[in-house]
Design a protein around this ligand. Structure first.
Ligand code: CP
Ligand code: NVA
Length: 303
């Protein structure tokens, strides 16, 4: 049966294997692997991207395969062909599909009607590939993942949702501090809480960013205004202001804590220059690790 990566839950049994494979691929610095020779990956992007697009294209090239990038304007999706028909057609040509979508339901429809693996390159609910790279980054710095405290502060968005699941799956304590109206997805948090509980860990939502930051091993934030929310920008920026990651809030975390951000960052909004350019910051390692983590995902799903 074909395997998809729509939610981090899809790799709940393989997460540590994927992280070790990613780490091997990174250490080997293997640029000319042949694991996916002759395979083609279609990449449908409804939203902008720098990291995800370039790391998938480069990763596929390094594995001996090929990619076809389809923006909203290039394919018939933009003119009303259904996601289901697009999935059926692309499955006749390519060996895998990477999809960056607005609606999570479209992601599910594409996966349902495709006979080749579908990888979620971000939708409004989750960003699983990002979190695989984040876990790899944390593992490199901290050696073990179990028992760490990951605090996410800001908007309870797609990245926050995937982080909650990722943290629970690897046995970290997770806390999200967000304004009440911008808390993470309730069904996802319920899932994260129940997985965390089986490992003797916690996963929770709070309002006060200082409570979340206290003694955290990792402080993570993301943009206050995700792609597609531009109309809400003014209001969100007002409400989010107390959630900015600055020197004061970083001082509540552990001495050797990491600052993380999936990027792109909005400097002076969710994070100050001082923090993102400071000694705790690992944001460019995260960005690099997109390449290694996604190569592992591609091999696992398409190899
Ligand atoms: N972090 C991330 O997914 O970045 P892009 O939007 O540039 O792909
Ligand atoms: N939450 C952000 C992540 C960008 C990589 C967004 O969805 O726009």
């Amino acid at each position: 049966m074909k395997k998809d990566l729509i939610s981090l839950l899809d790799v709940r049994d393989d997460i540590f294997d994927l992280l070790s494979l990613a780490s091997e691929l990174k250490n080997e610095r293997q640029r000319n692997g042949r694991q996916l020779q002759g395979q083609t990956l279609a990449m449908i992007f409804e939203k902008s991207s720098t990291r995800t697009r370039v790391s998938f294209e480069t990763g596929m090239f390094q594995l001996g395969g090929n990619t076809i990038y389809l923006s909203q304007h290039d394919s018939q999706l933009g003119r009303g062909e259904t996601v289901a028909d697009t999935a059926r057609v692309l499955s006749r040509y390519v060996d895998g599909i990477v999809y960056r979508a607005f609606e999570h339901q479209n992601m599910l429809d594409l996966a349902k009607h495709s006979t080749v693996p579908v990888i979620n390159a971000l939708d409004n609910l989750e960003h699983p590939c990002q979190v695989m790279a984040d876990l790899l980054t944390i593992m490199e710095r901290k050696k073990v993942l179990e028992g760490l405290k990951l605090a996410y502060i800001g908007d309870g968005n797609n990245v926050c949702n995937s982080l909650a699941l990722g943290a629970a799956l690897v046995g970290m304590d997770f806390v999200a501090a967000t304004p009440k109206e911008y808390s993470p997805s309730t069904p996802i948090m319920e899932k994260a809480v129940s997985i965390a509980r089986t490992k003797g860990r916690t996963s929770e939502c709070v309002i006060d960013p200082n409570v979340a930051a206290r003694d955290a091993d990792i402080l993570y934030t993301d943009t206050w205004v995700s792609m597609g929310q531009e109309r809400e920008a003014k209001r969100k920026e007002e409400v989010m202001r107390p959630y900015q990651i600055n020197k004061a809030i970083m001082s509540l975390t552990k001495k050797d804590s990491l600052f993380m951000h999936c990027l792109p960052a909005h400097r002076g909004h969710e994070v100050t220059d001082e923090v993102i350019d400071g000694k705790h910051s690992v944001v460019f390692d995260q960005a690099e690790n997109r390449l290694h983590a996604q190569k592992a995902i591609l091999i696992k799903l398409m190899g």
